[in-house]
Design a protein around this ligand. Structure first.
Ligand SMILES: Nc1ncnc2c1ncn2[C@@H]1O[C@H](COP(=O)(O)OP(=O)(O)OP(=O)(O)O)[C@@H](O)[C@H]1O
Ligand SMILES: [Mg+2]
Length: 373
């Protein structure tokens, strides 16, 4: 990707420690963001992206499943191209290398969670517990709503604990360690990408918000309330499925279909009517599923979501914002994760457009910066 920041970064920032690097290994491309702390603010130093397709002998836009060596090769190329000046980094782990679930336990086991949770987790995790890294925490109870408070309605005492459970497969951890080592980096954490995304894409809000991350191979949905993850789903279709469908239906190469998708999107009216119709079939599937998931959540908790935040490279499809606004009954906005960092004003437009692809990498970089304080 053409990075207008590169020369700027090169000339204005000298090699200094105190910088933090966030890395996101997506299925179709690798992204990085480097930030540093100045007066308590995160300052953008550089960012960059590289397509992984060519490292697997495929086209740009293809989703890949590369081994650690190939990923390191791409990462080293990207770091050189983006003038990265630090080796202190954090790395995201794809949602599909992890298992995320909520379990209910009786309150009586509250003091024995250390032993109870690994035993309980066996019921939910399809591989031996020794093969995963387990993280968990108790989801705080809901606070009283204002009307409950006003009407003096005591909330029904819930006798169960709601525990959030996240397991990362050891293979994914080993792979990540290998990538870090052969890229001469030092990573202090691996974070499931959804937490990075929440950090960079959402604002504080009392109402539930849903992140809609349309990547190449899948679309991920996270419902978050008061900063806490409440629900997560993966839909097995992403933006690459549009390219594949266009290529097949029109009898053109993947490369040509990808180019058409990125040039016209679904906003060119009669001019590219076929393209719009084909893309709409895939979008219809993804959006119907998303809508169903959100409605279920709203029904289950009897409350309305305030906002849907669109992110991931797939939402750069021209016309997608309008499509989402028509489809969902809830306000839909495109993520602006670079708004969480400071940068020179002349980059405003470039970073607004690039934003959705960098949500995860920015979230990782921000956590790394916090950890370094
Ligand atoms: N301008 C654009 N118009 C349409 N689609 C685009 C545009 N730019 C990127 N995309 C699509 O976005 C996808 C890449 O998005 P992203 O980088 O978020 O995915 P990823 O992180 O590699 O994948 P995943 O999250 O599924 O592992 C590709 O399918 C690409 O074709
Ligand atoms: Mg991604």
């Amino acid at each position: 990707m053409d990075n207008p920041f590169k020369n700027f970064a090169k000339s204005f920032f000298s090699k200094k420690s105190g910088s933090a690097l966030g890395i996101d290994i997506g299925s179709s491309s690798l992204k990085l963001v480097q930030v540093k702390n100045r007066g308590g603010k995160a300052i953008l130093e550089t960012y960059g992206e590289i397509s992984l397709g060519p490292y697997a002998g495929f086209e740009i836009g293809r989703s890949t499943n590369l081994d650690a060596d190939k990923i390191s090769e791409a990462l080293r190329d990207l770091m050189a191209e983006s003038n990265v000046t630090t080796n202190s980094c954090g790395l995201s782990i794809p949602v599909n290398s992890s298992l995320i679930t909520f379990i209910k336990l009786p309150k009586t086991v509250e003091r024995r969670l250390e032993t109870v949770i690994p035993l309980e987790a066996r019921k939910y995790i399809p591989v031996p517990i020794s093969e995963v890294a387990l993280n968990w925490w108790v989801v705080p109870e809901e606070e009283e709503t204002f009307s409950e408070f006003q009407n003096n309605e005591a909330k029904k005492q819930d006798q169960s604990l709601n525990v959030f459970l996240a397991a990362i497969h050891n293979d994914a951890i080993e792979r990540s360690k290998k990538i870090i080592k052969s890229s001469a980096l030092e990573s202090s954490f691996f974070e499931i990408e959804l937490f990075s995304n929440i950090r960079s894409s959402l604002d504080q809000s009392l109402q539930a918000q849903m992140i809609f991350d349309m990547g190449a191979s899948s679309t991920k949905l996270y419902i978050v309330e008061r900063g806490i993850l409440r629900d997560s789903h993966v839909i097995d279709k992403g933006s690459q499925d549009i390219t594949l469908a266009v290529s097949k239906s029109m009898g053109i190469s993947f490369e040509e279909a990808e180019r058409m998708k990125r040039t016209y999107g679904i906003a060119s009216g009669d001019k590219e009517k076929n393209l719009t119709e084909i893309a709409s079939l895939i979008l219809e599937y993804i959006f119907s599923e998303s809508s169903r998931i959100l409605l279920n959540y709203q029904k289950k908790y009897n409350k309305n979501a305030g906002k849907i935040v669109l992110t991931g490279g797939g939402v750069n499809l021209k016309g997608l914002g309008d499509y989402a606004r028509k489809f969902f009954q809830v306000e839909s906005v495109v993520a602006d994760p670079f708004s969480k960092v400071e940068f020179p004003a002349f980059l405003d437009d470039v970073l607004k457009t690039a934003g959705p692809e960098f949500s995860v990498a920015i979230g990782v970089a921000l956590r790394k910066l916090q950890d370094m304080e």
